[in-house]
Design a protein around this ligand. Sequence first.
Ligand code: ZN
Length: 298
Amino acid sequence: MICMFFSKFSIILGSLVFLATPTGGPTFRGSAAFLYTKKAVSYGERPSGSEAISRLREWIVSELKPLKGELSLDSFTGQTPAGPVPMVNIIYKFSGSSGKAIAVSGHYDTKRIPMVHFVGANDGGSSTGFLLEFARTVSAMKHRDDIYIVFLDGEEAVATWTDTDSRYGSRHLAAKWLSEGVVPRIKALINIDMIGDKNLDLSNDGNSSQALRNQVKQIAARLGDSKYFRSEEGGIEDDHLPFINAGVNAIDLIDLDFGPGNSYWHTAGDTIDKLDAHSFQVVGDIVLQLVKELDGQS
Ligand SMILES: [Zn+2]
């Protein structure tokens, strides 16, 4: 993504324990999201079309399958400056009964950076780990709306970030959902990116839906998490924008201030030691509450 204005491998899934929240239902576990992220990072550099991202995808699918949702692999070819690249969005749907839908998305590819061993713990890894734990949480939750968990491929530019060299997966899926009539059913799409930073300060994105920004702000205030949000407004270009352009009510939750002077962003410094389970917990609690409110539960 780009900003226009500023610059525990063996997760014990065999013995899942769903902790009750005050309002009932399962909780999001930041520690589990962190461990899923660590596992994703262990696949190494994971650019679109690579052998590593194929293996990562197989693992993501194997983790999703027991959750009793509906898996679809949305395969397409990204026409990149380096030629055609095979890409796959992983879409996991938990069906509801209302006819409406809520989507939670993030990207699982990492940027290919020549001569740099870039493992994208935060950028590509944290969204992957977050979405796996969020899927696990939703699988144990009552909901009226369809809830889509979407792992997007091809967020990163292959050469230089432009409207046509970036966000291949979200552009593809927004067009597909528009043509299939899914867009009018979507109440909201919440995109997650780079949320694992120990020093969490989420952007105040002026490109996101104002209604969702207000709702997130209110939830964060209630949870005592306002301190994790920046006050000054920026304009973020990320995977939410193709959906907004298609008419979807969408928000991006991203911390694009990673390390001193953003020096860990798109560098070899984006490693797991810069991340903290607590940051996943903060974002997970907010997104879970947002999804519940959108679903009409509270
Ligand atoms: Zn990136």
